[in-house]
Design a binder for this molecule. Sequence first.
Ligand code: GDP
Length: 203
Amino acid sequence: MQITKAVFTQSAAVLEKCPLTQLPEYAFIGRSNVGKSSLINMLTGKKGLAKTSGEPGKTRLINHFLINESWFIVDLPGYGYARASHKAREEWEKMVYSYFSGRKNLMNTFVLVDLRLEPQRIDLEFINWLGESEIPFVIVFTKADKLTKNQIVSNVSSYIARLKEEWDEVPPFLVSSATSGQGKHEILSHIDEANTFYNNQNI
Ligand code: GDP
């Protein structure tokens, strides 16, 4: 699939302000600074579409982007911002959890994880919560260009080993880089397949 059109449609502070739509959507989420905006810009081929944030944790909104006039990319607010207040964290939880429980057209969530870091508790907790809540997701390891091939293999293996402590079946994952474009084809193919499935169901 090629993305030929990508348009920002709206920012929502609450679920009720998200677009009323039957179109399928795909959420992107991860720790602040994980590279979410860069990945969305890379996927869409539009540099300034999602704002890459010098100041992590600043965007606390659900942003919808209409793609090819037929599906949405949803940029969810990042978590794990070190200086976030208790109140800000609570608000994040409320917003994100209501989004996940309320969006019937949500087909998949891409959970971004920085491949350079040791497995972080906050990511693992979020991934486990998605699993327990039966929300389909794919783990997207980011910033692969900052590592050698050997480091990629080694870091992915240790992450998978860590996940296996809690998961019988390892969740789907892929490796990406906003800089090199790695992972683009896999992510878009995944979305393409899910769109076909969704459209066939809704005929
Ligand atoms: P967000 O807060 O998750 O939206 O993260 P951003 O997209 O703003 O990225 C955070 C920082 O990481 C920025 O300085 C980006 O330039 C950098 N970055 C993001 N993705 C990549 C990547 O794939 N490779 C490299 N080398 N840097 C990246």
